[in-house]
Design a protein around this ligand. Structure first.
Ligand SMILES: [Zn+2]
Length: 410
């Protein structure tokens, strides 16, 4: 044991003894914070939804090795280190309006860009494609970057394209994004047509490839149909609980329970609109007016996409300021609710960092340790917190790997 470690340990024990003997709240606080800090450091923290590729692709000025202010993205290497974010799934995402060969081209570009980003920082980052690799990289002190693909439109209805993505390292596929595909329904369109035969083939191929089936963004019917077909446990990569915020992007208790019964995991998302019923309702009340103003920007600033983007941001920020504030503690409420519904083995986190507005106090990935402390404070055991932070997701990935081996051995 190093001298420094010994000193920290000694102080830790003394304060613990003092807290036990005298019940001083200050000392107890210190002990709990210290326990949370160590636990967070030791745990493998997996976040199944981080939009780094989409938000930084084609921007040369963002140096991932430098620390940026919280208002410039939510993630970079120094901030991942500080926040103890060990294994982010970087999202391969292009808008659902882009389809066919163009969608495939752009998805491949994003994958290549992300792999190149990882290769540029070989001492800090490495691509991981299995749970065992994530564990090994964590032991080596490296951040394990995984790839998740957000939207079935990118496979262009071709299982060989899907297989190519898997070969390049993609480890989950969100069946649909904001629009339905020809084979899977989106919650964005409340499309409750049944999953088609091709959709079922996609699920079987995902199982065979060891790529996780992700049901965030899909319609309720597509969720149920996918659940019936999938031989491997499924994930919701970034969804929260409809019982607390009745947004179609969230899951009902019945869905969370069914997902868990087949071994899956709901990765609670931090997106403010999906956490707070009040904010969701306020946004719906102004939706028509907001959309009208946003649509007018094209005519107001023709041939000036930069200005359009800036004005768009300004308008969205204006509505954000008017709406009710949402605290980061709502994330813990959703985690807690999902645990009560499905059990502690079936809940994790999928932030949507770099892709959405975060609640107050979750400024960027350096705020992640707050969740660990809050869960301990609510009486969760250290073992259970480790499961929520990443253990559950790694278990599901391992199960999917085993299903793939079995199916390929047939
Ligand atoms: Zn999303």
């Amino acid at each position: 044991m190093s001298r420094r470690l010994f000193c920290v340990g000694a102080v830790f024990c003394l304060v613990g003894v003092a807290a036990a003997l005298f019940g001083r709240p200050g000392a107890e606080e210190f002990v709990l914070s210290e326990r949370a800090r160590r636990l967070h450091q030791r745990a493998i923290v997996v976040d199944t939804h981080v939009d780094v590729p989409y938000s930084h692709f084609s921007k040369t000025e963002f140096d991932f090795s430098q620390r940026h202010a919280p208002d410039w993205g939510h993630v970079d290497i120094p901030r991942m280190r500080e926040g103890g974010l060990d294994a982010p799934f970087f999202s391969i995402y292009i808008p659902a309006t882009v389809t066919g060969p163009e969608a495939v081209k752009r998805a491949l570009q994003l994958i290549a860009w992300t792999r190149a980003l990882v290769e540029r920082h070989p001492h800090e980052l490495a691509l991981a494609t299995t749970a065992a690799e994530v564990r090994r990289l964590h032991r080596e002190g490296k951040i394990a970057v995984l790839l998740g693909m957000e939207g079935g439109h990118m496979i262009a209805e071709d299982l060989l394209v899907l297989r190519t993505y898997a070969d390049l390292g993609v480890r989950y596929l969100t069946l649909a994004h904001s629009r339905s595909t020809n084979w899977a329904g989106s919650s964005g369109e409340n499309d409750n047509r049944p999953l088609t035969d091709f959709g079922k083939q996609v699920i079987r191929e995902l199982n065979r490839l060891g790529v996780l089936v992700d049901i965030s963004h899909v319609s309720d019917q597509t969720f149920w149909d996918a659940l019936a077909v999938s031989e491997a446990p499924m994930i919701a990569s970034h969804s929260s609980c409809r019982a607390l915020c009745n947004h179609p992007r969230n899951m009902t208790d019945e869905m969370i329970r069914a997902l868990a019964r087949k071994g899956g995991v709901i990765q609670i998302t931090f997106v403010d609109t999906f956490l707070s019923q009040e904010l969701y309702e306020a946004q719906r009340a102004t939706e028509a007016e907001r959309n009208r103003r946003l649509a007018a920007l094209r005519d107001l600033f023709p041939n000036d996409p930069e200005r359009q983007r800036a004005e768009r941001e300004r308008i969205l920020e204006e509505y954000r300021r008017q709406g009710p504030r949402v605290s980061w503690e709502r994330i813990v409420d959703h985690i807690d609710h999902a645990v009560k519904v499905a059990g502690v083995d079936h809940v994790g986190i999928g932030s949507d960092f770099d892709g959405a507005t975060m609640p107050d106090g979750m400024d960027d990935c350096t705020s992640l340790p707050k969740l660990t402390e809050a869960l301990l404070r609510r009486g969760y055991s250290e073992r259970d917190v480790e499961k929520i932070l990443g253990g559950n997701l790694l278990r599901v990935l391992e199960q999917a790997e085993r299903v793939a081996q079995r199916l390929r051995g047939r």
